[in-house]
Design a protein around this ligand. Structure first.
Ligand SMILES: C[S@@+](CC[C@H](N)C(=O)[O-])C[C@H]1O[C@@H](n2cnc3c(N)ncnc32)[C@H](O)[C@@H]1O
Length: 191
């Protein structure tokens, strides 16, 4: 899967004639995001990342990074691992780096989730729409799990050690079509 993603993206870039500029900066790394801190720590590439990429280490380490966790990926993580997942993102960030997270909002779960996941049954496995719980989560026949978030629990989750919401920092600013998009910076030790 990861190799296929790499091939497709590289082919797209090559079509635009920008291959020389972009391809040397492009690397795909497969791993469990709950161990992200073993690959990148305080914005610096650790040895396992250096071993699998052709990125220029100094360029990577000196760059400002935006870590993205989009499209409700956080909702695919089982509740018992979610806090660790966010902590690992915080560990990976350098002081000036940013984390961007988007999740689906709980208030749309009942009306929208069954229809949305129906189109994904060939990938995720089947589910029983009446089993979509009041806790805004469900698991399919193949063990695909998804949870949609309310604002309070999202904010609580993002209070993992070393992170804080920077901007925007209130629900209405972060809400887009019933989903939440938040941007987090790393908390300074002195704050
Ligand atoms: C909802 S998809 C979103 C994919 C992508 N972020 C996007 O914007 O299209 C969630 C992805 O996260 C992956 N995933 C879930 N838990 C993970 C983990 N612990 N480590 C790495 N990837 C994980 C799943 O395999 C799936 O591909």
């Amino acid at each position: 899967m990861i190799e296929e993603a790499g091939r497709k993206l590289k082919a797209k870039i090559a079509k635009r004639g920008k291959e020389a500029e972009y391809l040397e900066k492009l690397a795909f790394v497969k791993g469990d995001a709950t161990s992200l801190g073993e690959l990148i720590r305080d914005g610096l590439a650790m040895e396992p990342l250096l071993n699998v990429t052709s990125l220029q280490t100094r360029e990577f380490n000196n760059s400002l990074k935006v870590f993205c966790c989009l499209c409700n990926t956080l909702g695919n993580v089982w509740p018992e691992y979610r806090g660790d997942f966010v902590t690992q993102l915080a560990m990976a960030m350098g002081d000036e780096d940013t984390v961007a997270i988007s999740v689906f909002g709980a208030e749309r779960f009942r009306d929208e989730a069954p229809g949305m996941y129906l189109t994904l049954v060939p990938i995720t496995g089947s589910f029983n729409p009446s089993a979509f719980s009041a806790r805004c989560e469900f698991t399919t026949s193949r063990g695909y799990y998804s949870h949609w978030f309310d604002w309070t629990e999202l904010v609580e989750l993002l209070q993992a050690p070393g992170t804080r919401l920077v901007t925007p920092n209130n629900e209405e600013q972060c809400k887009i079509n019933g989903a939440y998009f938040v941007v987090c910076g790393k908390q300074c030790v002195s704050q």
